[in-house]
Design a protein around this ligand. Structure first.
Ligand SMILES: Cc1ncc(COP(=O)(O)O)c(C=O)c1O
Length: 391
């Protein structure tokens, strides 16, 4: 008996349940078509909503930033200082989001791990949508606050649970803006109203909303015209912005506080100058034109319209995140494998990312795709769907 036998057993269990994740190898840049494990395939997996991940302007400014600033920050910002580029990105992000201030982190995950424990601690309560992202769940765990999960987007449940909790030092309500596995949108105006009634701090994770929702992709707060009414917005630069990094947008008071109290800001180095320069170019491009966001929505309408016509269940999506509901994890894996054989890269998502029995193929749409790509892809989905008895 080896002390690490349990690792082998756990991996076997995942395999038997059809839940073992197969990480594919990509050769070359992200885009509508990519080379995966040596095969050219249509990419329906990435969060590269606007095609920025291989944008010539972003690449060029990243190369220039390496010449000017080198490749690494060499220490955390609070100890070794921060570059003018990091400050420029924060200023431009604040302008883009229509807030007073922004502070950047290494990723969206790190931003959530920083902000939640800084706002809530022992003796406080966090009200969190049951389908919130894993980084929110982990941020809540780190905070040591009591966590009350409310049913997904269920305002009655939130209202009942928040009104139940009296004599608490601080309350925090957290929701994803767009739910990453469902593609539905949080009812933010009503959440804001309930939170305000009970004096709760309001936080929204806009990872899948920015670049997608609102005027020119300014995100969920802009989509609902809630400017000034949400205390904390979490963002990521790894999805629509096409690069890597995370941020918090809000009042200067909040960002000043996080620079002193956000542990991933204080104890981990920042993203590199090349990343930051590329992020600035993405924000500049989006600030100048909404053409890419419009194209993303045209593509979304086209693909989802065809899939519904064919008879697929796309859940309750309202955004380019397109869950093709299958149910059984093994069938979903089989579906994904058959798509790959046809030349389509679209991953099956199963437990623990989504509940057991709700496995799906998660299709991510991008402005980089063409209608021809989708016309062909939907035919492949139909063929495999019939073969596997989904349709
Ligand atoms: C809602 C949400 N928040 C945060 C993250 C983490 O973002 P990042 O990849 O920048 O760490 C994700 C990524 O999947 C997400 O979907």
């Amino acid at each position: 008996m080896d002390k690490l036998d349990f690792v082998t057993e756990e991996l076997e269990k995942l395999k038997d349940a059809g839940l073992l994740i197969n990480i594919r190898t990509i050769e070359g840049p992200q885009g509508a078509w990519i080379t995966v494990d040596g095969k050219k395939v249509l990419n329906l997996c990435s969060n590269n909503y606007l095609g920025f991940a291989n944008d010539p302007v972003l690449k060029s400014v990243a190369q220039k930033a390496i010449e000017t600033y080198g490749v690494g920050p060499a220490a955390v910002r609070t100890i070794a200082g921060t570059t003018t580029l990091h400050k420029e990105l924060e200023r431009k992000l604040a302008l883009f989001k229509g807030v007073e201030s922004a502070i950047t982190f290494q990723s969206g995950f790190c931003a959530n791990l920083a902000v939640i424990p800084a706002i809530a601690g022992e003796g406080d309560i966090v009200f969190s949508d049951e389908l919130n992202h894993a980084s929110i769940i982990d941020g809540c765990r780190l905070s040591k606050a009591k966590v009350v999960r409310y049913r997904h987007c269920n305002l009655q449940d939130l209202q009942a649970k928040i009104s139940d909790e009296k004599n608490t030092r601080r309350k925090l309500v957290i929701t994803d803006g767009v739910f990453s596995m469902e593609g539905d949108i949080a009812p933010l105006p009503e959440i804001v109203e309930i939170a305000n009634k009970y004096g709760a701090v309001i936080m929204v994770d806009d990872a899948h909303g920015e670049g997608v929702l609102g005027r020119g992709g300014r995100g969920i707060v802009d989509h609902f015209n809630l400017h000034g009414k949400v205390d904390i917005e979490v963002g990521t630069m790894s999805k629509a912005f096409g690069v890597v990094g995370g941020y918090i947008a809000g009042s200067k008071r909040i960002t000043d506080y996080l620079a002193q109290k956000g542990r991933s800001f204080l104890f981990s180095s920042a993203v590199t100058a090349a990343d930051v320069a590329a992020c600035i170019a993405a924000v500049d491009t989006l600030s100048a034109s909404d053409a890419l966001v419009k194209r993303l929505w045209e593509n979304t309408k086209f693909f989802q319209g065809r899939m519904k016509q064919i008879g697929f269940n796309l859940g309750n999506t309202k955004t380019p995140i397109t869950p093709v509901m299958i149910g059984d994890a093994k069938i979903a894996k089989d579906f994904s494998q058959r798509l790959f054989e046809e030349g389509i890269f679209a991953q099956a998502i199963g437990y623990p990312t989504v509940p057991i029995g709700k496995a799906r193929i998660r299709v991510m749409l991008s402005a980089a795709h063409s209608k021809d790509d989708f016309a062909w892809a939907t035919e492949c989905f139909a063929k495999i769907g019939k073969f596997l008895g989904i349709l």
